[in-house]
Design a protein around this ligand. Structure first.
Ligand code: BEZ
Length: 257
């Protein structure tokens, strides 16, 4: 799940809200699990585990899984599933050469404060020869939503850009950061993944974009959400469904033996 680290300033996470509006995040991760290929007996770190829905699938492979997230609410949700979950800042993972693999789905883009510190921390946590398998939003991810939020703020003389909690790097940028951290990139892809939402774009924004509106008074917050919805409707609402313009970055990077 990105935060200055999840949670970003102003971004609150509720396990119930996440289950209602963000279950698709774990549901769409099957291909990433196919890149990880977890093996029974391995030690795996799930970085940014959210409420643990995906961590459970790692555990089902027979691996020994440690789950971490910066949000105490999310970690409570993961623990309620019986998972070994810890509240930890990904910039400072307290692990040295402990894991055969570090896995991360839809979390690194919340870790905006210092992506290089996160990668150094992951590198340190892996055993030599270990793999880092992850997916995050790529440059251009949800660009129409970001633009609509900025336009709705600007229409009221406000600037959304300093509040934007998301880090969506280009493939070239992130590959260079991985290599600078010492990783050998084995495979890396950027692809469009139009993503149907389970409900309204307003609910999605309230779940994922709380950092934009947390400081606003109620009336302004409601007006901005309605304005964003209206700006996006013609482009992203089709056949009774919202489909967002997700773009993904997926990679396997190895800590050399
Ligand atoms: C994502 O998982 O791609 C995402 C997360 C937060 C905001 C937008 C997109």
């Amino acid at each position: 799940m990105e935060p200055a680290d999840r949670p970003a300033a102003g971004q609150e996470w509720s396990a119930a809200d996440y289950a209602r509006n963000a279950r698709f995040v774990a549901d769409l991760a099957a291909p990433l699990l196919g890149w990880l290929v977890p093996v029974a007996g391995e030690r795996i770190l799930d970085l940014g585990c959210g409420d643990g829905a995906l961590t459970e699938k790692l555990v089902a492979s027979g691996a020994t899984v440690r789950a971490v997230d910066a949000s105490p609410e999310m970690v409570d949700g993961a623990r309620a599933r019986g998972l070994d979950a810890l509240v930890v800042d990904a910039h400072e993972l307290p692990f040295t050469q402990e894991f055969d693999a570090v896995f991360s789905n839809a979390a690194l883009h919340w870790m905006k404060r210092d992506p290089d510190a996160v990668l150094a921390s992951v590198f340190r946590a892996l055993k030599p020869g270990g793999r880092f398998v992850a997916e995050l939003g790529a440059h251009g991810n949800c660009a129409q939503v970001r633009d609509a939020v900025q336009a709705a703020f600007a229409a009221r003389g406000l600037d959304a850009r300093p509040l934007d909690p998301w880090y969506f790097p280009t493939l070239q940028d992130y590959r260079a950061r991985l290599e600078k951290a010492g990783f050998a990139v084995q495979r890396m892809e950027r692809f469009d993944r139009p993503t149907p939402l389970p409900g309204d774009v307003t609910a999605w924004l309230e779940t994922f974009g709380g950092a934009f509106t947390a400081h606003l008074d109620d009336a302004t917050r409601r007006a901005i959400l309605a304005d964003v919805r209206q700006r996006l409707e013609a482009r992203l609402f089709h056949d009774g469904r919202w489909v967002l313009d997700y773009v993904r970055l997926r990679f396997i990077a190895i800590r050399p033996a």
